[in-house]
Design a protein around this ligand. Structure first.
Ligand code: PMP
Length: 426
């Protein structure tokens, strides 16, 4: 007799393995493949020596060692909360008090992924509306599905989220009486995963204005996911959206040490509207009553000694070369194919490649198998989209990550991708 079925919750039944796990697994099992799939950081650039020094320094001091090896607090190490707040405000050219902020408004989490999930627990009931960019961060979609959120996507152009389209969507939702279900607007506003595009400077204050305008019965919050802000290769930094939230009411700013330092330390940080801190910490308490205290002490030390800032500069140089290699390779391989276009990101880890609409890059289409046979892997762009009102998902896009491969492998991988397309052109 087979056992009776597990009594799984609706949440569990809604939650499946991320579709991109398949591509990451494929990259691991296929020898010689050049993977543009995983958004991993380059293993060659991980700060092993800096971390070794930080750990040795902490362990050599009995008081510091005891503090780091003990449980910490749910909200996170105060010294590190102070430092990340100053770090973000420095980048914005302001002082924390200009935005009415203190370290009490900062929460440290197990990667920024944890705040993405916990905010959902804090804010959404099934059926609540979350507005994202089209396309958006694949794994956040999985998180929203798990929460039973109703996801509406707003188109992007080269300047990031199309704010006229956002305004129009919110106006329609107001008309149909659905505004009460709108909880959050999610933007990956620096070198977006997956497109590499950033929200332009002039759209940043306007985004806050739009959220305010429709916050009639409750606040519609903005989740500003700045995970890639520090991986910037050209041009000046852009002010955060948070910068335009002077009373700290509308914007949750979240970022991570995973991309600019080490994903293994799995530490993220968020600046939250003050009245959101307690609900977030209460739920985080149920998850883990605090993220790795040792990781927080290590990062605190790396920031204190300047090692962190030096490391970010090294990364910027290394990834700039890879970005250049990918853009150059795409230019040589795809320029003579009309209708093919790609983004040229000023930072981050991703290029978004768009084929003519007759090319199906999807997981069941012809290109993916040919690409694997040619020895290159990408992530189908379809995973970044939710179906539009007509149920349609674009299937002619791919995300190419240039984080892991060397510049030489990037050139070869793009050549292989072009080869995989032979015979599919019209
Ligand atoms: N946001 C974005 C846009 C990401 O790409 C990622 C990682 N791929 C995360 C958040 C979460 O990363 P972590 O939990 O390691 O901070």
């Amino acid at each position: 007799m087979p056992p009776a079925p597990l009594p799984l919750s609706n949440r569990s039944l809604r939650t499946t393995d991320s579709p991109i796990s398949f591509f990451i697994q494929k990259a691991i099992e296929t020898p010689g493949i050049i993977s543009f799939a995983a958004g991993l950081v380059d293993a060659e650039t991980l700060p092993a020596a800096d971390v070794a020094t930080a750990v040795a320094d902490i362990m050599a001091d009995p008081a510091a060692a005891r503090a780091a090896l003990q449980y910490g607090s749910t909200q996170g190490l105060p010294a590190l909360r102070e430092k990340v707040l100053r770090h973000v405000c420095d980048a914005d050219g302001i002082a924390p008090r200009d935005l009415n902020l203190t370290a009490d408004d900062v929460v440290l989490t197990t990667g920024s992924q944890q705040i993405l999930y916990i905010l959902g627990e804090v804010l959404f009931d099934p059926g609540d509306i979350v507005i994202t960019e089209a396309p958006s961060y694949f794994v956040y979609h999985d998180c929203l599905t798990s929460h039973g959120a109703d996801v509406r996507a707003v188109p992007m152009d080269s300047g990031g989220m199309d704010l006229d389209a956002l305004d129009a969507l919110l106006a329609r939702l107001a008309e149909t009486g659905d505004l009460k279900r709108v909880k959050l607007i999610y933007t990956v506003d620096y070198f977006q995963n997956p497109t590499g595009l950033s929200l332009t400077a002039d759209r940043r204050p306007r985004l806050v204005e739009i959220a305010k305008k429709y916050s009639t019965t409750h606040r519609i919050l903005i989740l500003e996911d700045a995970a890639y802000r520090e991986l910037r290769y050209d041009g000046p930094d852009l002010p955060s959206v948070k910068r335009y939230d002077p009373a700290n009411e509308f914007v949750v700013y979240t970022s991570t040490f995973s991309k600019p330092c080490s994903p293994g330390l799995k530490t993220g940080y968020s600046i939250l509207p003050r009245d959101l801190v307690t609900p977030v910490c209460n739920l985080k308490g149920s998850h883990d009553f605090g993220s790795s205290n040792l990781a927080q002490h290590i990062l605190n030390r790396l920031m204190e000694t300047g090692a962190y800032h030096r490391h970010v500069e090294t990364l910027q140089r290394a990834y700039r070369l890879k970005r250049d290699a990918m853009v150059k390779a795409l230019g040589s391989e795809f320029a003579n194919w009309p209708g093919v276009k790609w983004t040229v990101p000023g930072g981050g880890l991703y290029v978004w490649l768009t084929f003519p609409s007759y090319i199906d890059t999807g997981k069941d289409g012809p290109l993916i198998g040919r690409a694997v046979d040619a020895g290159v892997l990408y992530v189908p762009g379809q995973f970044g989209h939710v179906p539009d009102a007509a149920g349609v998902v674009p299937k002619n896009e791919v995300r190419l990550s240039f984080g892991v491969a060397t510049p030489e492998q990037i050139l070869e991988g793009v050549r292989r991708l072009r080869r995989a397309c032979r015979g599919l052109e019209r």
